[in-house]
Design a protein around this ligand. Structure first.
Ligand code: GDP
Length: 525
């Protein structure tokens, strides 16, 4: 029997990530959510803290030089009796595999879209990762204070570009200079822009007389037409489909002016799921199980360069974490005492003594953990379904400048690959090829190899952009498929993959060799 405290704590928890294309407003929305939750007091804090943090730590000169964040953290706040965690998903130039992996730790995602631009490339990639996991996705159409695309067009784009059925929960009344508010279809009320006023509507909804005194006649007319259209031809709201990740509820507003954020937050917290069961390789773990368990989805290195320490990010999947508890690392069967743990809140680290299923905590790591590792208080080993390997799109051939240091070089390469900082492949000449989804991963690699392993590297650009693993039992037999237009390499588990320059060469290869099973991603392990 699960204990009552655990049941209550789990039911309160909501953990999500925000996905967006750079500049759509992720930081601004995060900040507004933290303000609503009382976690920060002033706007500008999220960015300001990012900067101050890097002044403190000199890990990553790159961060300072470029003024970006390589790290991602958890921001937790309490709102409406819920314990809400926002997982930061690095974007911009710091976009990398970490960004994808963070999404394996969350129970839902908020997709922020610039309503003037519609769906952009990075949003699409991150959306697909969420979709694969079947997690609920909530859409926030941002920047309605500026001239926006037609809202019906935006809804169509969701279906056409992402293939995702959508249902409008709030609806904008005009945009830009004409923006007058949002209509909350579920609550049947209108929030007026720049006026702290909410108008409750009667049974005739937007067709009733209540709005006539408040809205421009043309805006009201549009609103009535559009709402009729939505009611006639739009999807019906269905919470089960939302929670199954098959229908995205859509909200409109402006993060900057903090309008439309309140109805969004309230509905989001109602609709988004509390932590649920997680699949293991031979069953399921329930968050309210007494046995403590969790998995590591990210390792962040050298937060303190003097100690070479690392923080492993742990998503707790069941039970209660207590500082000092003994757990087993399933991969090795080793017992570990979890005495140093931190909660990462808006970049301030504080020691945490107790945490519950549905929380993410940082645990001190002196090189014990690998991405995907599972720890548990049970005597029985436990393995969650493996985290996927994401297809890299950028490649670089690297070698040590000083061949006398090649031992350091190879040790560093292996460590960083194990940490999941970068993907490492070897070709038949035993050359090291790095694979990444973001350019910054290369820079971090170079910096750390020099600073931690004393190895300067030589970099050779390689002209490939597409990677496909081959599912085969006859690895040796693959050599005959090599030609000028591809490269056969092996990942750190000795699994073969081909690199291609572009879609064209890849498609040609596929057509010619239909017998090969080429896949975009493989499970780790
Ligand atoms: P991120 O890259 O997705 O984190 O985007 P930011 O939150 O940093 O926002 C990018 C830019 O858009 C900044 O200049 C913001 O001030 C601006 N911005 C964000 N939300 C809004 C909004 O609702 N309206 C307007 N007009 N600008 C916004």
């Amino acid at each position: 029997m699960a204990n009552k405290e655990l049941i209550n704590q789990v039911a309160k928890r909501r953990i999500f990530g925000i996905i967006s294309h750079p500049d759509a407003g992720k930081t601004t929305l995060t900040e507004k959510l933290l303000l609503h939750g009382g976690a920060i007091r002033e706007a500008g804090t999220v960015k300001a803290q990012k900067n101050s943090k890097y002044a403190k730590s000199d890990w990553m000169e790159i961060e300072k030089q470029r003024g970006i964040s390589v790290t991602s953290s958890v921001m937790q706040f309490e709102y409406d009796e819920k314990m809400v965690s926002i997982m930061d998903t690095p974007g911009h130039n710091d976009f990398g595999e970490d960004t994808y992996r963070v999404l394996t730790s969350v129970d839902s995602a908020v997709m922020v879209i610039d309503a003037a631009k519609g769906i952009e490339a990075q949003t699409k990639k991150l959306f697909q990762v969420c979709r694969l996991r079947g997690i609920p996705i909530f859409t926030f159409m941002n920047k309605l204070d500026r001239q926006a695309k037609d809202p019906l067009e935006l809804m169509e784009e969701l279906e056409e570009v992402l293939g995702m059925p959508s249902v409008a929960v709030t609806w904008p009344i005009g945009s830009g200079m004409q923006f007058e508010g949002v209509y909350d279809r579920l609550e049947n009320e209108v929030h007026l822009f720049r006026k702290d006023e909410v108008i409750k509507l009667g049974q005739d909804g937007v067709h009733g007389p209540e709005l006539e005194a408040h809205l421009e006649p043309s805006n009201l007319e549009n609103l009535r037409d559009e709402v009729d259209l939505l009611e006639g031809a739009g999807n019906e709201f269905n919470l089960d489909l939302v929670r199954a990740g098959e229908l995205t509820p859509v909200f409109f507003g402006t993060a900057l002016v903090d309008f439309g954020v309140t109805p969004f937050l309230n509905h989001f917290l109602d609709m988004s799921p509390a932590p649920g069961p997680r699949k293991t390789i031979n069953g399921e773990v329930n968050p309210t199980d007494e046995v403590f368990s969790g998995f590591i989805f990210k390792i962040q290195a050298n937060m303190n360069p003097a100690h070479r320490d690392r923080i492993a990010f742990l998503r707790i999947c069941s039970g209660v974490f207590e500082r000092g508890m003994n757990v087993m690392l399933s991969r090795t069967g080793k017992q570990i005492k979890l005495s140093q743990s931190t909660q990462l809140m808006a970049n301030d680290r504080e020691t945490i003594d107790r945490a519950y299923a549905g929380d993410v905590i940082g645990i001190y790591d002196s090189g014990t953990y690998q991405i995907g590792d599972t720890i548990t208080s049970s005597k029985q080993k436990l393995f969650f379904e493996p985290l996927p390997t994401f297809p890299p799109e950028l490649f670089l051939r690297v070698s040590p400048v000083n061949s006398l240091k090649s031992k350091h070089f190879h040790k560093g390469v292996e460590q960083l690959a194990q940490e999941g900082a970068i993907q490492v492949y070897k070709n038949e000449f035993n050359e090291v090829i790095l694979g990444a989804v973001g350019q910054l991963q290369f820079e971090v690699f170079e910096y750390r190899l020099k600073n931690e392993y004393g190895s300067d590297i030589r970099k050779d650009h390689v002209d490939y952009n597409i990677a496909r693993w081959v599912k085969t039992d006859d690895v040796k037999g693959l050599k005959k498929y090599q030609d000028m237009r591809n490269m056969l390499v092996y990942d750190r588990f000795e699994r073969p993959l081909f690199l291609f320059a572009n879609e064209f060469t890849f498609n040609r290869f596929k057509e010619r060799h239909e017998e090969l099973e080429l896949v975009e991603a493989l499970d780790v392990n």
